[in-house]
Ligand binder design. Structure first.
Ligand SMILES: NC(=O)c1ccc[n+]([C@@H]2O[C@H](COP(=O)([O-])OP(=O)(O)OC[C@H]3O[C@@H](n4cnc5c(N)ncnc54)[C@H](OP(=O)(O)O)[C@@H]3O)[C@@H](O)[C@H]2O)c1
Length: 100
């Protein structure tokens, strides 16, 4: 995929798979913006040279923060990676979202 000149928004780019992906995308000559929410991880990502928009995407305020941080820039590629994993056996019924 040619990413030269493209603006890429990668959510959850401050840790885990997202951070590894961000490091891969860095060499692709596009403009990469990542989001994250934990301050020390944001600082570490910025320390690596990434442009970070701090935002908790589980809240309307976080969505607003992303829109504000983009400052009208159009996004060519959205990698909607932010999230968490949880193991659940759906045969046992719907999971309780408040259950860790
Ligand atoms: N790891 C796996 O085996 C696996 C398998 C299947 C699917 N996935 C999916 O792949 C994605 C990444 O998984 P991962 O293992 O790399 O997770 P991870 O190490 O926990 O990293 C998740 C990233 O998303 C961010 N994030 C989480 N919740 C957020 C929220 N509400 N608002 C903003 N940012 C948020 C985290 O930021 P903070 O660090 O600031 O919280 C972090 O940068 C997730 O969507 C997960 O469901 C993972």
């Amino acid at each position: 995929m040619k990413l030269q000149g493209k603006t890429i928004l990668l959510t959850g780019g401050t840790d885990g798979i997202g951070l590894r992906l961000a490091r891969q995308l860095r060499g692709k000559d596009g403009s990469l913006i990542v989001t994250g929410r934990t301050p020390d991880r944001i600082a570490a990502a910025e320390g690596e040279g990434f442009a970070v928009i701090p935002a908790d995407l589980a809240s309307p305020a976080g969505i607003e923060a992303v829109m504000t941080g983009l400052n009208g820039r159009a996004i060519d590629v959205l990698i909607n990676n932010a999230g968490m994993g949880a193991a659940h056996d759906y045969r046992l019924g719907a999971p309780d979202p408040l259950d860790d």
